[in-house]
Design a protein around this ligand. Structure first.
Ligand SMILES: *Cc1c(COP(=O)(O)O)cnc(C)c1O
Length: 385
């Protein structure tokens, strides 16, 4: 059976009439840059994030970039972030001229480990970027407490976690500022690139608003250098059609995730291969942007390739897509060598060799999920036989 990692058509085509109507509305309005469509979407998105202010931007990456700029972070500054995350988290720190300082992750959930933060804080540290990885919030209480004590800003990278809750509150604006992505693979996926910045801080929101439009205020007056980080009116209109369905998409992702956990648990850890399933902390919601298992090598594993790579290849042979998020931690990336030497980050390094994300998108069918389970179980029992 062919099982894709993601099929955006299954989500978008049932909304074809409404999406087409939104497109025609923007076409006829002639208003393509900012304006009412953007403002309406920002108001609706702010409600989902439980934030006073939401500013639509060109991508999740630009959201991080503009958040750093709005906080005045630049050359000579250091920003603490996880190494086990998507590149953009640290890439944006380097792009503003600051130094990304990498901290290891927690083995259970692969989110930033608060225990590793304090020893990396220096007089130059300005901010911490916890990433709510795979759809589960990071340890915000502990991270915010450390940030307060050292007078640091907390930038929540909620690219994968729009709508996830920590202690009953939506993530994003629990710290000073948060960033969201509407890349097509995220829980709220657009028809192209776009993102969002959220905050409860009015002056910070105003700085983001100006920076996304070349730092311009009033017209043709520039007190600061910004860029073109605007969300398209068309993208805002299309996202406005999909936003009311976000809660339902997330419930379906969580249902698929729970089904994997039910069907894959209870597999005996053998001498060659053991599978660990994603852990969910009971004090926060996991919106299952990814369902990421770990394929662990036992002493009896003989092949040259890792059991994770072997399982991924086996799934591919059977037509099942699975992806490695992420194969190389950021502290090991060539472009960040200039900021080293970096300390060893054993959790990130081990995870990179073991993680495998399975298809968990909302429209995945029960038959497809069952096919994934059958192949994994068969692989593990053959390996451990
Ligand atoms: C997707 C993602 C981003 C970047 O978002 P884009 O919209 O693709 O630019 C940033 N951080 C994390 C953790 C992401 O998953």
């Amino acid at each position: 059976m062919h099982v894709p990692l993601l099929d955006v058509r299954r989500q978008n085509l049932p909304l074809e009439a409404e999406l087409t109507e939104a497109f025609e509305r923007v076409l006829r309005s002639g208003q393509f840059i900012l304006g009412a469509e953007v403002e309406q979407f920002e108001t609706a998105a702010a409600a989902v994030a439980g934030a006073r202010f939401a500013i639509g931007v060109s991508s999740g990456t630009d959201a991080i970039l503009v958040a750093l700029m709005a906080l005045g972070i630049g050359p000579g500054d250091e920003v603490i972030c996880p190494s086990f995350t998507f590149f953009a988290t640290a890439g944006c720190v380097a792009r503003v001229g600051a130094v990304p300082v990498f901290v290891d992750s927690r083995a259970e959930c692969l989110n930033l480990d608060p225990a590793g933060i304090e020893r990396r804080i220096t007089a130059r540290t300005k901010a911490i970027i916890p990433v709510h990885l795979f759809g589960q919030p990071a340890d915000l209480d502990e991270i915010i407490e450390i940030a307060r004590r050292h007078n640091l800003a907390v930038i929540e990278d909620a690219a994968q976690s729009f709508g996830a809750e920590y202690h009953g509150r939506p993530v994003g604006a629990i710290g000073e500022i948060g960033t969201v992505s509407f890349f097509p693979s995220k829980n709220l996926g657009g028809l192209g690139d776009s993102g969002l910045v959220v905050t409860n801080d009015a002056p910070l929101a105003e700085r983001v608003r100006r920076l996304r439009n070349h730092g311009m205020h009033p017209k043709y007056m520039h007190a600061t250098v910004g860029g073109n980080f605007r969300i398209d009116a068309l993208q805002a209109a299309l996202l406005g059609v999909k936003l009311p369905h976000l809660a339902e998409y997330t419930v379906r992702r969580q249902r698929n995730s729970a089904e994997y956990t039910r069907a894959l648990s209870g597999m005996a850890a053998g001498a060659a291969v053991a599978i660990s399933l994603p852990a969910i902390h009971p004090d926060r919601s996991h919106i299952a942007n990814q369902y990421t298992i770990r394929v662990r090598r036992g002493p009896a594993w003989r092949p040259r390739e890792s059991p994770r790579d072997a399982l991924r290849n086996r799934l591919a042979e059977r037509g099942i897509a699975a992806e490695i998020y992420y194969p190389l931690p950021l502290h090991a990336q060539e472009c960040f060598r200039q900021f080293g030497p970096h300390p060893a980050l054993p959790v990130a390094e081990e995870a990179a060799g073991e993680v495998l994300s399975l298809p968990v998108f909302p429209e995945l069918t029960a038959e497809e999920a069952a096919a994934v389970v059958v192949e994994i179980r068969q692989f593990v029992s053959e390996a451990n036989a």
